[in-house]
Design a binder for this molecule. Structure first.
Ligand code: USQ
Length: 394
């Protein structure tokens, strides 16, 4: 089986590539370093430096004997996307230069993933919209034109739903209106330009499913935390990119870094903002289980990809408790919220579909958090306090 991973250099893309490769899949990764370049341009700092994608694939091959083929290219360019299906692709790193063939599965992570980034100003909003929508559209048409059986696994986000005052279903909602019933996409109310591109992606995919019988799984993922995966443990140079800055860092990763350098935890506003979270190890499991049981032809299958919910205050309390038990003096600060979001709200999402497929959750226990403290602590000297909070306003 051939899995094509779009956005293979990112926080989730690279660990996914190793995960599939270690399980005997043929894997091709594609990336244009958008994330790295954006990090560099904003000077966000990083916990540790990351080798290039080619170097990482080479290390992986030396350590395991497995090949991950690498393509450096911009998937927003239709010819780059189409070359991955028509066999004209040129690999930037591989062992065997022959075309692996049309992928049975494409995992689509190739998007600008940060909500604050998308709201820096017009130019950053524009880059987010153009990149995310063009890549999704290019993928949809490549699959339509070359391989309608290919299963698309698309990373969506729980943020597509917003924080409605009703229970959140897995993608679909049965509605009764004036005596008639129908099933519709669950109402969406995205909280950033980035999240809005994810809503539009879902609509594009839904169109492709209705028109051309494509097979699509849309994974509505919550904020991910964690560093370590089984495969990265083989060699520290295989560790995934880890951001802790305001733009690209997500809340749990950020709070742990803040605690390690005695920076008061940056809870935005009242801290009642509740989201569904998952360990990076579970992202890998969820994508793998979705691949093993693909969506049917003409099906847009939607799963809510979270394992448990926390408010920002609950996360801060936990980081403080675990940090203190490890000897850190952790303070909590409530900053004026730079975002426009509800700080006290109802939140009750369903997340059963992936569990039914066989995913076994890793929960955020004190031990798991202590493990993250340990890894982050090793890189304490690299942490830059000046990038932790800048206050990008919505
Ligand atoms: N928050 C704080 N303090 C911080 C950082 C965040 O209180 O220092 C709060 C935010 O206000 C927000 C919540 O924590 O209410 C989550 O923020 P986040 O920065 O961890 O995550 P978010 O911006 O929502 O985006 C992240 C990923 C994105 C993914 C999304 C899933 O960057 O790619 O799609 O999580 S979700 O949040 O479910 O939409």
């Amino acid at each position: 089986m051939h899995v094509l991973i779009l956005g293979g250099d990112g926080y989730l893309g690279w660990p996914s590539a190793m995960y599939f490769s270690a399980r005997g899949y043929q894997v091709t990764v594609v990336d244009n370093y958008l994330r790295r370049n954006n990090c560099q341009n904003l000077d966000v700092g990083m916990l540790y430096p990351i080798p290039t994608l080619m170097e990482r694939a080479k290390i992986w091959h030396e350590k395991t004997g497995y090949e991950i083929k690498v393509v450096i290219g911009d998937l927003a360019e239709p010819q780059v996307m189409r070359s991955l299906f028509d066999g004209s692709v040129k690999y930037n790193w591989c062992v065997n230069p022959a075309f692996t063939g049309i992928p049975e599965t494409v995992v689509h992570y190739a998007e600008q993933p940060s909500a604050p980034y998308s709201l820096i100003d017009y130019a950053h909003a524009d880059q987010t919209i153009v990149n995310n929508l063009r890549v999704t559209n290019n993928l949809m048409f490549a699959v339509r034109d070359f391989s309608r059986d290919t299963h698309i696994i698309k990373l969506g986000t729980m943020g597509e739903y917003g924080t409605p005052n009703i229970d959140i279903e897995e993608g679909w909602l049965e509605i009764e209106h004036k005596g008639r019933k129908g099933k519709f996409l669950f109402p969406r109310a995205a909280g950033s330009i980035y999240h809005t591109t994810k809503v539009m992606d879902t609509d594009l995919m839904w169109f492709g499913v209705r028109m051309w019988d494509l097979r699509v799984t849309d994974l509505m993922q919550g904020p991910v935390y964690g560093i370590e995966t089984e495969e990265a443990a083989i060699d520290p140079r295989l560790n995934t990119i880890f951001n802790y800055d305001e733009v690209f860092g997500t809340i749990v990763n950020r709070f742990i870094v803040q605690a390690v350098v005695d920076y008061p935890l940056t809870v935005y506003g009242k801290g009642g903002q509740t989201r569904g979270y998952l360990n990076i190890k579970d992202t890998l499991q969820c994508v793998h289980h979705s691949e093993k049981a693909p969506a049917a032809k003409g099906e847009l299958r939607i799963f809510n990809q979270i394992m448990e919910t926390f408010s920002a205050n609950q996360l801060a309390d936990m980081v403080q408790r675990v940090g203190q038990s490890l000897g850190y003096d952790v303070k909590v600060n409530h900053l004026e919220n730079p975002r426009k979001e509800a700080e006290e709200h109802y939140y009750n999402p369903t997340y059963q579909g992936l569990i039914d497929l066989g995913v076994q959750p890793h929960y955020l226990t004190d031990e798991v958090m202590a493990g993250m403290f340990q890894v982050v602590g090793k890189f304490k000297e690299n942490i830059r306090k000046d990038v932790i909070f800048k206050g990008i306003k919505w």
